[in-house]
Design a protein around this ligand. Sequence first.
Ligand code: P1T
Length: 380
Amino acid sequence: MEFETLAIHDGQAPEPRTGAVSVPIYQTSTFQQDGIGQQRLGFEYSRSGNPTRQALEAALALVEKGDYGLAFASGSAATLAALQVLKPGDGILAGNDTYGGTYRIFERILRPWGVDTRYVDATNIAAFEQAIDSNTRLIWVETPTNPLLKLVDIAALADLARRRNLLLVVDNTFASPYLQQPLALGAHVVVHSTTKYLGGHSDVVGGAFITSDKAIYDTVKFYQNAAGAVPGPWDSWLVLRGLKTLKVRMREHQESALYLAHILEAHPAVERVYYPGLTSHPQHELAKRQMRGFGGMISFEVKGGFPAVERLISRLKLFVLAESLGGVESLLCYPPRMTHASVAPEERARRGIHDNLVRLSVGLEAASDLEADLLEGLQS
Ligand code: P1T
């Protein structure tokens, strides 16, 4: 079945008792047991399992072409959960452009626990191969990356991971499973911040973990129950609802993003545009091969440094200055002081996150209105 059919139907059969077409929100913390150790329908306590969350977990697995899905209270919780396959002494190779909070997990949580992370040019498979040492266990990448929208060749990296007996985890938040399915390209694990395109309406914080590897699933499932960073039934339902319209939203997001990326690229106040759909993007061909479209995120550098950024932000009326992405409303983020504030200035400079960088999440407003807003903002 096609993606949109799965997104609407799977894990979401009408409820047998009443025939309710929408999965009910089982707002309960616990479930009556018929006798000690006798659960009626396999549920005993909502940290361990809840029918609304279970429906979401089934749907997440299906849209990512995985066998197992787990839902978490945030994308960061899903990130930390996926990393539970590691133990002290293990090493990670991470792409050198990721969400600042993921970098913070590597540096401030895992490093003190004895798990070392080294950063590799995300676009260079040979660089990953060269960086592997005897402790390396796992490769972690985003693609497209946050915030510079670089692409990682998932199939090539998955091939390397298999040859060297490493796990490949892909954070698929920026692409969404409608545009890209890393498990089908050979990755072992996919994680998401469902706060973004999967939820789609800027009204819920959540995370997802998907795999087809039973042993990895068992480890992370155990951790999910033991550590307890689960989403509540209401939040699970919001993500489930978002999933059903993912295809139509992604198509609109990316159509407008491509249109605006062209406008920005031609604008004299703009120094450089990062968008995989532009032929000027160094990995445009890979984007065409690996993704079904180019996504709704654009980053660009404005001429005139930080003062020009401030001027732009003060003039915009539609683009809301805010962290996050993937919602119906367009957002503008200033990565150096917002999403990537936890990355030290020297490291930001090494990564190419300059002080004149802004990031757009292109929403579902009319592209012509968004264009007018940007042109007004960029006027000198
Ligand atoms: O915010 P949370 O749901 O915990 O998700 C963390 C996360 C994980 N992975 C990627 C690629 C992300 O972009 C994020 C969160 N990012 C933002 C809040 C942001 O504005 O970029």
